[in-house]
Design a protein around this ligand. Structure first.
Ligand code: DC
Length: 230
């Protein structure tokens, strides 16, 4: 059970667009740990509900969907950043990464059935340690016994700007003002929900990434990890 002892696990929590994914991937590569993208798991459930026309508020249908839900996360393809996600053996592509799917993921992530199922799966993946887990509650709920906990933050404006640059680099059209309102709304959903809300673990080191490059943030994290061996 997570929390019994200090585990060789790094948790990186924080609001969307704070640079968690880039930093988590780079840190995992540096430490030779596995990168666990828990947000992708919530997005996968949201996607599955949408595909199957399941209203997440319908507990019976949601329970049936989760009972047959088989999720696999595989390392990114060469030259790609995002982990590959397979739902019931079928690969889901970039549809998972849209701002709309982020909003739907935020909605389904407030549901107890979904959180129970995904928290269990995340603990199974992390059972042997040596992972960098990224999300909203990885340090507070999923891996309370993690050895190194971080909370990565930045202002909503900076996060919207970064997300816009990221989406434009993939050739997508973006309305930055709309992105900003979605970010503010998603932060509110994630922080104010009653189960596993977005917050820093008491012992987490909070890093404000405004004005810092991803390399600088990774450097700060490595310093902390080296200073507090497990
Ligand atoms: O990190 P992301 O943007 O891919 O996450 C999508 C949504 O999933 C986010 O708005 C809230 C939810 N989420 C969560 O509740 N707990 C996590 N550990 C990770 C994500």
């Amino acid at each position: 059970m997570a929390g019994d002892k200090t585990q060789q696990i790094v948790t990186i929590d924080g609001p969307s667009g704070g640079g968690k994914s880039t930093v988590s991937r780079a840190l995992a590569a540096k430490l030779h740990f596995t990168y666990l993208d828990t947000g992708a798991m919530y997005r996968a459930v949201a996607f599955c509900c949408q595909q199957k026309g399941v209203d997440p508020a319908d507990d019976i249908r949601l329970g049936a969907l989760l009972a047959t839900f088989r999720l696999e996360l595989l390392p990114p393809d060469p030259g790609e950043d995002d982990v590959r996600v397979l739902i019931n053996g079928q690969e889901v592509g970039s549809q998972l990464r849209t701002p709309e799917m982020g909003m739907l993921a935020s909605r389904v992530s407030a549901l107890p059935l979904v959180r129970q199922a995904l928290t269990r799966l995340q603990r199974e993946i992390g059972a042997n340690g040596r992972i960098v887990a990224e999300g909203r509650d990885t340090g507070t709920v999923v891996f309370p016994g993690a050895a190194w906990k971080f909370f990565l933050d930045a202002s909503p404006e900076v996060r919207a700007r970064r997300r816009a640059i990221q989406l434009r680099s993939k050739g997508e059209q973006v309305d930055e003002q709309q992105l900003l309102s979605q970010i503010i709304q998603r932060d509110r959903n994630d922080r104010e929900r009653s189960i596993a809300p977005l917050k820093a673990a008491a012992e987490a080191l909070t890093i404000d990434s405004t004005g810092l490059s991803a390399e600088e943030v990774v450097g700060l994290m490595c310093d902390r990890i080296l200073a507090t061996p497990c």
